[in-house]
Design a protein around this ligand. Structure first.
Ligand code: SAH
Length: 347
């Protein structure tokens, strides 16, 4: 029998759910604390809840929506987990160790339909959206591992497989749960949502006045080039995208991050850097230059380190701040979707 997952519900929804069972609101807080603060994996361990309620919950809700089926550990300590969900679908989650804390990169969908030509995730089309609980469980799994070392998940990036703004409601619910102070209490400024640029959802996000960080996968400074790399540009060209982002950034006083993968001979010339600077200059934003993780299937190559530094300099000289991201997990299948694509192929 298919059971709903208890991690699908934020605190308010748990209150409603328990109210229907004739329980007082404080019971929902107790349940929430057991799930996210004490992180028990069995309703029967929730010792301050009535035993009858625990039994009822156990008969209606599952508590573990994923199982680890594989992991790769890189020499820099980056861990890529491959999880199987209850329906057999597989997803990737990555743990990275930064000097500012542990970061977890989660998937938001099974596969992806955005079709970016350089990306390994799109090798497998979207099968379905992840539920809120399946996203929450990715964080809980890694947190339970970190508990053994007395460490905590400090940052979450929604940059794994999938387009978060193509699964908007579940993603926003996920953020609310991991952000809540009775639970994991991961600060909103430590949660980053990365989108390829689904403009109507950017307006929704702006209207919600959320404090989460927004990152935009730009990867090209002109529509002509961007639509060769990212089909989404045909639906939402750069002028519409930039208009939405400027409105969000100004109205909400938020700094934006633009992600720009450096692809050798494709988007990394001086001319591209100048065009990019012209596009971003004056905005409250910076550009995160990302070394490309090569994916055998599609033929793109990463820009050499010295050329990446040069690109960075040209941006600086043209009045735009950028950072050059360091590589992580180079000796494993680091690109989004790479491990999963290999696993599904061999199955
Ligand atoms: N769909 C969302 C989030 C998932 S992709 C988005 O587009 O932002 C997260 C980031 O990883 C994006 O910037 C994406 O372009 C980038 N990415 C995809 N494949 C990559 C690769 N092989 N090497 C480096 N970055 C990659």
């Amino acid at each position: 029998m298919f059971m709903k997952n208890i991690y699908d519900y934020d605190l308010k929804q748990l209150e409603e759910l328990l109210a229907q069972k004739g329980q007082k609101a404080y019971r929902a807080k107790q349940l929430f604390t057991w799930l996210y603060r004490k992180r028990v994996k069995d309703f029967s361990q929730m010792s301050d809840l009535p035993a009858s309620l625990c039994e009822e919950l156990a008969s209606e809700y599952s508590i573990e929506p994923l199982k680890e089926v594989n992991r790769q550990v890189a020499s820099d300590g980056t861990i890529k987990y491959l999880f199987a969900l209850n329906d057999g679908a597989t997803i990737e989650t990555v743990l990275m160790h930064f000097h500012f804390g542990k970061s977890v990169c989660i998937s938001s969908q099974v596969g992806c339909n955005m079709g970016c030509t350089f990306c390994a995730s799109g090798l497998l089309k979207k099968q379905r959206d992840l539920t809120t609980g399946e996203m929450v469980a990715q964080i809980l799994y890694v947190q339970n591992e970190l508990d053994k070392e007395g460490e905590r998940v400090a940052n979450i990036v929604i940059m794994g497989t999938g387009e978060p703004f193509d699964n908007y409601d579940n993603v926003m619910n996920f953020c609310a749960i991991v952000n809540h102070d009775l639970g994991l209490a991961i600060g909103a400024r430590h949660i980053t949502i990365s989108t390829c640029g689904i403009v109507p959802r950017i307006y929704d996000f702006a209207a919600g006045k959320y404090q989460y960080n927004l990152a935009i996968s730009l990867h090209a400074p002109t529509d002509e080039l961007r639509r060769q790399l990212m089909p989404i540009d045909k639906a939402y060209p750069l002028d519409e995208l930039m208009k939405a982002l400027k409105a969000y950034s100004v109205d909400n006083h938020r700094r934006l991050t633009f992600e720009y993968i450096l692809l050798h001979g494709v988007n990394d010339t001086d001319e591209h850097a100048v065009q990019l600077a012209n596009l971003i200059r004056g905005m409250n934003a910076y550009i995160n230059l990302i070394p490309y993780n090569q994916v055998d299937e599609n033929g793109f190559q990463s820009t050499k380190d010295k050329d990446a530094l040069h690109f960075y300099d040209v941006l600086m000289k043209n009045g735009v701040k950028s950072t050059l991201r360091s590589k992580h997990g180079e000796d494993i299948d680091a690109a989004c979707g790479q491990l999963r694509a290999k696993y599904e192929e061999n199955k």
